[in-house]
Design a protein around this ligand. Structure first.
Ligand code: NAP
Length: 273
């Protein structure tokens, strides 16, 4: 089996847990090479191991998704919601061939000013515009042919169902199971009493135009960002291909909610009443 691996954090490159995992896979007959960018992916690669946390997984997804290579997260980071498997679980499942591939939809983000050289337009979690100075933004949003009310806020995001447990969660959005076909449009700290996160079908094209009195706005695509002029028109749609994510047999979205985000944690649940 030919496998690529992606490590973002320098301190992990010499980590004993990583060398043990790579040695176990090599001893089991796998051919391994490290990759840092899309151009480095070799033909015939069957999976990309993302070694780190969820931040690393977002970057690994950008490398692998356009080539249709599935990504398997090895959890050596902090939260590990997307990247939930221990090195031991990964080695065992890959060598035994006991894993599944699930599809996660991606966003494609097209600002009219274009993207900086080398920046990917694809987001697994979300696209956002946020303020860069003291003044709030006014954000005009269109869904299909429908104009939404202007959002007066620190920012606004459009998230995938995968991103519902990331930034969108902090913006008061709903938690969505990863197989749901939707996008979440949510303001960040809105100065409106009556604007709520909105769910739209993922097929609906969304246009976002942020306005700032300071002239510039921050635009983020997952963990990358740059500044665009106020008034820039940004088109957000579903990407033409999904991310393939490798899921091990013991993986459950609801268990991840409980163990990683302490979903429903309540002292009353532990006293037998
Ligand atoms: P970061 O701010 O250093 O870390 C973001 C945190 O979110 C990490 O703990 C990460 O897990 C976790 N995370 C990432 N994707 C997740 C997902 N789909 N479900 C649950 N948790 C997730 O930033 P980063 O590591 O560069 O990641 C960029 C992401 O940070 C963005 O896509 C955005 O969603 C999120 N973010 C959130 C806020 C907020 O909530 N106020 C603000 C800015 C950005 P690990 O610890 O395993 O890496």
């Amino acid at each position: 089996m030919k496998l690529a691996y992606y490590i973002k954090k320098n301190s992990l490159k010499d980590d004993i847990r990583v060398s043990r995992l790579l040695d176990t896979l090599r001893d089991g007959g796998c051919l391994l090479y490290d990759v840092l960018s899309r151009d480095g992916l070799e033909d015939g690669t069957e999976a990309l191991l993302s070694i780190g946390g969820d931040g690393t997984f977002l970057s690994a997804a950008r490398v692998a998704a356009p080539a249709g290579v599935p990504v398997l997260g090895v959890q050596l980071g902090r939260l590990g919601f997307l990247s939930e498997n221990s090195p031991e679980q990964v080695a065992e499942a890959l060598l035994a061939g006991t894993y599944e591939v699930e599809l996660r939809s991606l966003l494609m983000v097209r600002p009219e000013c274009g993207l900086p050289r080398g920046m990917s337009p694809f987001a697994l979690n979300e696209f956002s515009v946020t303020r860069i100075s003291a003044s709030m933004l006014g954000v005009d949003v269109t869904v299909g042919d429908n104009d939404l009310p202007t959002y007066w806020a620190d920012g606004l995001l459009v998230a995938t169902s995968t991103g519902s447990t990331a930034y969108a969660l902090s913006a008061g959005g709903p938690i969505c199971t990863p197989d749901t076909s939707l996008h979440i449009i949510a303001p960040v700290s809105p100065h409106n009493l009556n604007l709520r996160p909105l769910i739209v079908p993922k097929e609906a094209p969304v246009t976002v135009v942020p306005h700032s009195r300071d002239g510039m706005v921050n635009l983020s695509i997952d963990n990358s960002s740059f500044r665009v002029p106020s008034g820039t028109r940004i088109e957000v749609s579903e990407a033409p291909f999904p991310l393939k994510r490798i899921k091990l047999g013991n993986s459950s979205f609801f268990d991840a909610l409980r163990t990683r985000l302490l979903w429903g944690a309540d002292v009353r649940n532990n006293n037998g009443n």
